[in-house]
Design a protein around this ligand. Structure first.
Ligand SMILES: NC(=O)c1ccc[n+]([C@@H]2O[C@H](COP(=O)([O-])OP(=O)(O)OC[C@H]3O[C@@H](n4cnc5c(N)ncnc54)[C@H](O)[C@@H]3O)[C@@H](O)[C@H]2O)c1
Length: 276
């Protein structure tokens, strides 16, 4: 088994949503989960790359192996308890242990309180909340038995406040992930387990591009570079985030450098939330 040397050498990380929505969406098809899986592998962790889309998870594993890392792809829907149980069992069977759980899956439907449909509301509550609850619930017995483990949940700065566009269901579920993480951290700290949340700002990922396309009347005419510049002008650090920015924060939280950090949030937004 090949492993890269680094701060996570010898660790096993299960990353959910480790594929990416579509490689044809531009930006090299790089999403937050995919970049995190690659980043954790660069730091020496062996990766269990879980995704609804097995092909996408395999693509992530191929990239990791090309750099000398170790990765195994698992297909699972994180909203289905039976599939989550089977995926964790597969990860344990493959690597013998899990040290790090990165809950990255999340979906977005646009709309405010008056125009959101009940279907979209239910879908976001169902996916975004179960995406943190189910993998956590079923990884915890293993973590508790070993008296160690790190859980990092992907929320969003949209979970803190209104950002100028009505995404009420998405924002409410992302806010709930912050509360979930704080409660979890307090509950599991006596077992030596840490739990934190990452709150990305605007990150150029296939999912973010898909939302822009859905909102546009002329999707074929979108000038991505011009749009990036407009967005960058509203960000104190002057650029849109990349999935690697999120992955870097995840690598820190997963490492022993963060061994006294639990129940908190790291904002990765170029300064947006301190100015809104
Ligand atoms: N892109 C942004 O600007 C931004 C900002 C803040 C937070 N986030 C959060 O980052 C996370 C990842 O977003 P992204 O933009 O990288 O998305 P993405 O669509 O590029 O990647 C998400 C991956 O999750 C997988 N997935 C979706 N539903 C699943 C399910 N039920 N079970 C298993 N896998 C599933 C998809 O197949 C995809 O590969 C999300 O939680 C999102 O809310 C993104």
């Amino acid at each position: 088994m090949t492993r890269l040397a680094g701060k996570l050498a010898g660790k096993i990380a299960l990353v959910t949503g480790a594929g990416s929505m579509t490689s044809s969406m531009g930006n090299g098809g790089m999403g937050n989960g995919k970049a995190t899986a690659i980043r954790l592998a660069r730091d020496g962790a062996a990766i269990c790359a879980l995704d609804l889309n097995l092909e996408a998870a395999e693509e992530t594993c191929t990239l990791i192996r090309a750099e000398g890392g170790t990765a195994h792809a698992v297909a699972a829907d994180v909203t289905r308890e039976d599939e989550v149980i089977a995926a964790i069992a597969k990860c344990l069977e493959t690597f013998g242990r899990i040290d790090i759980l990165q809950n990255n899956v999340g979906i977005l439907r646009t709309g405010g309180a008056m125009d959101s449909t009940v279907e979209d509301w239910d879908l976001m509550v169902h996916v975004n909340m179960k995406a943190v609850f189910l993998p956590t619930k079923h990884a915890l017995p293993h973590f508790v038995e070993r008296g160690a483990g790190v859980i990092t949940n992907i929320s969003s700065i949209a979970g803190l406040r209104y950002l100028g566009t009505p995404y009420i269901g998405y924002n409410a579920t992302k806010g709930s992930i912050i509360s979930f993480t704080r409660n979890l951290a307090a509950e599991v700290a006596p077992h030596g387990i840490r739990a934190n949340a990452i709150l990305p700002g605007f990150v150029d990922t296939p999912m973010a591009r898909e939302v822009t396309i859905q909102k546009s009347d002329t999707p074929d005419a979108i000038d991505w570079d011009a749009l990036d510049q407009q967005r960058a002008a509203r960000i104190p650090l002057g650029r849109v985030g990349t999935p690697w920015d999120v992955a870097n924060a995840a690598a820190f939280l997963a490492s022993d450098d963060a061994s006294y950090i639990t129940g908190t949030e790291i904002t990765v937004d170029g300064g947006v939330s301190c100015r809104v």
